[in-house]
Each structure stands twice: as structure tokens, then as C-alpha cells.
Design a protein. Structure first.
Length: 235
């Protein structure tokens, strides 16, 4: 379906002059659509991204498509391959392992700091984020699960005052979501995603830094082990 300008949204809200959310630019809309297509597997690793085809599919100009491709290349979701042009980055264990290592360091530290600092307000926000995540899993809506998981971690990093670390995680978020889509597609986890998140939440709400950090490490060890099996074809 062609991407339209956000004018339609403006018409719907014509009676209300209040701006609740900054409107997305056309480039942001295209990046969002292409990122989603990569994360959900509509565009697979190694697929060529042909500008003319994308222009037809998205209903936008080549300049917008090129700008979006450059943005996704910076996120690590797209790679330039000389004369072949841009392709969807291949998902392999060597790269995935590095992402899990970075997450393990940053998320465990953030969870521990959040547990030390969490007051009633932080705990309420974290429980609400966990409830949203549980609802997303119950609805079996993958895109909603990715968004709810990101929101859950945002509460943790924000409360921990780990702003720079959160910027790093956000830069990796596209690749993290690709791995999350891979592992969520199987039921071979030793412990489900929501159960892991519940453990993290419980440890933070108990103001137990060591338990919070360990819950994060256990969660990522589980996810990384499964991702390795899937990416390397191990039994």
C-alpha cells in the first residue's frame, strides 16, 4: 500500500489544535515501514533493495528511498555491496553474539542501578509496562511485543539514569528486534519471555540489585543460546 503524507491525520484532528505527538516526516515513515519489513522477515537477509521497486511499493521518490536506506545502513539492518547495491544485512551468530554481549553488560548494569533507585513511582511504571507486555504476548502480536519490550527496558534505563547506555541500545534496537523475532518464533525457550521479564520486574520492585542483574543475565543467556541454535543449525 502506498505511503501517504500525514495530511490525513491532520484532517482527522482538525477540530483539535493541540499537538500531542510530533508528526512523522515522509522519510521517517519509509524508514519505519522498511525496518518493519526487515524485522518481520518480509525482506530477508541478502535480499537486494532495488530503488525503483521500493519506490513503486512505497509510493515515494528515489531520494526518499535512498535517504531511508542510508539510515537503515547506519542501524546495521542494510549493507552496501559495491556494484550490487544495498542488501538486507545477513543475520549470523558472529554478529548476534556481539549484540547479546553488549546487551548483557548494559542491561544488567541498568537493572541493578534501577533496583537501587526504584521508588514507588518507578515500580508502578515498570509493573504497567510489564502488564502491557503480557497483553501483547497474549494477543500474539509480534510488532506490539517488540514495542512493549522496548518500553519495558526504557523504564529501567531511564530510572537508572543510564541515558548514554540507552542511546546505544536504541541504536541496536533494529537488530535486537530481528533476533527477538527469531527467538519468539520457537517454543524451545527454557523460560518464556514474559516469565523472564516478570523476574526482572520482581527483583527491581524488591530493590534487589544483584537479583535484578542476574535475572537479566539469565534472560539473555536463554535467548542467546536459542539464537545460536537457530542461526548455526545446532541440534
Amino acid at each position: 500500500m502506498p505511503i501517504r503524507c500525514y495530511a490525513a491525520r491532520m484532517e482527522q484532528n482538525a477540530g483539535d489544535l493541540r499537538i500531542n505527538h510530533a508528526p512523522l516526516t515522509l522519510r521517517e515513515l519509509v524508514v519505519e515501514r522498511m525496518r518493519t519489513a526487515i524485522i518481520t522477515g518480509r525482506f530477508n537477509g541478502g535480499d537486494r533493495l532495488v530503488e525503483r521497486t521500493l519506490c513503486d511499493q512505497l509510493g515515494v521518490s528515489r531520494s526518499v528511498v535512498r535517504e531511508a536506506i542510508r539510515y537503515l545502513e547506519a542501524e546495521g539492518l542494510v549493507e552496501a555491496q559495491g556494484r550490487s547495491g544495498p542488501v538486507v544485512a545477513t543475520l549470523d551468530w558472529a554478529r548476534a553474539a556481539q549484540i547479546y554481549d553488549i546487551r548483557r553488560l548494559l542491561e544488567a548494569e541498568a537493572a541493578a542501578a534501577c533496583a537501587r533507585l526504584a521508588d514507588d513511582g518507578v515500580k508502578a511504571r515498570l509493573r504497567a509496562a510489564l502488564a502491557d507486555l503480557d497483553a501483547a504476548f497474549s494477543d500474539t502480536a509480534p510488532l506490539r511485543v517488540y514495542a512493549a519490550t522496548t518500553a519495558f527496558y526504557e523504564v529501567i534505563f531511564t530510572a537508572a539514569h543510564h541515558a548514554i547506555a540507552w542511546e546505544v541500545v536504541q541504536r541496536l534496537n533494529g537488530r535486537i528486534s530481528r533476533l527477538r523475532a527469531l527467538t519468539l518464533a520457537t517454543t524451545d525457550r527454557r523460560l518464556s519471555g514474559p516469565a523472564h521479564m516478570a523476574r526482572i520486574c520482581a527483583a527491581i520492585c524488591a530493590n534487589d540489585p544483584e537479583a535484578a542483574a542476574q535475572a537479566v543475565r539469565d534472560h539473555l543467556e536463554d535467548a542467546a543460546g536459542l539464537a545460536r541454535q537457530l542461526l548455526e543449525g545446532e541440534p
